[in-house]
Every structure is written in C-alpha cells, then in structure tokens.
Unconditional design. Structure first.
Length: 142
C-alpha cells in the first residue's frame, strides 16, 4: 500500500525537478557566434544598435487614391453578410463593404442582376496590399 503512494509521488517530484533545472539558470544562453560581454581580455564590449532599413513597399493605393471614387459594373451575386456583398467584376468575384447610404441597396437586387456601382478603396492597417472596397452607390443596371 505504501509503495503504491510513494512511487507516483517520487515520479512527480522527479519531473518537477527536471522541469525546474531545465528552465532555471543564472545567465541567459548565448547565441552561436556571440561572445560574452567581458571578452577573454576582460575588457567590456559595447554594442551599438543600427537603424533597420525600411522595407521596400509595393505600390498600392495612396491616401489620395483612398478618397478617389471608382466606378464599376458587374453581376450581383448576393449578400455575404449584413454589411458585405459579392459582385463578379472583370477581376472576378469581389467582396464590397456596404458604405453609408447603401445598406438597403441589396434588398432591390436579385442574384445575377447586372449592377453599376461606385466605391472607394481603403488600405487596411499598415499593409498596402490589403485593400477594403467600400461601396458609396449600388444600383441595378438599365
């Protein structure tokens, strides 16, 4: 009976000790190729941080282009959710967010209706590649 309780307790203590010794330490590990702050001569080494070069950005819509209205036409596919619609354009199926004044526009449209629309492109976050298209008008084509 005593052995049945002692063996699991000793195993748990051994695992705990291994975990603590693996995670513990007095100094951080050095990366390969790095020397300690006090070199072999005992002289402290001073490091200088250099500024990073800015990454090359792909051209995308600028702030001026964000306010520029773009007109387009296509085939209405349907409403994706309460604030987005899908329209097949020359580029293929494209998602558009319903902007101010366009929330009720999908109610008058049927699937495969030809539509004309006006939208603006907005950059999402700091990534110029991610673009959000926001509709300012959406109507059935004549």
């Amino acid at each position: 009976m005593r052995l049945e309780r002692t063996l699991p307790a000793m195993t748990a203590i051994a695992v705990l000790m291994l975990t603590l010794t693996a995670c513990g330490g007095n100094s951080p590990a050095e990366a390969p190729g790095e020397s300690s702050s006090a070199g072999s001569s005992g002289i402290p080494v001073q490091t200088v941080a250099l500024p990073l070069a800015s990454p090359v950005l792909k051209p995308g819509p600028s702030a001026a282009a964000e306010s520029e209205k773009i007109q387009g036409s296509g085939t209405y596919v349907g409403q994706m959710d309460t604030h987005s619609v899908e329209i097949v354009t020359e580029e293929g199926p494209t998602a558009f967010e319903l902007g101010a004044g366009t929330a009720d526009a999908p109610e008058g449209l049927e699937m495969d209706d030809p539509v004309v629309f006006t939208y603006v492109e907005k950059i999402v976050g700091k990534d110029p590649v991610v673009i959000q298209r926001v509709l300012s008008s959406l109507a059935k084509a004549d």
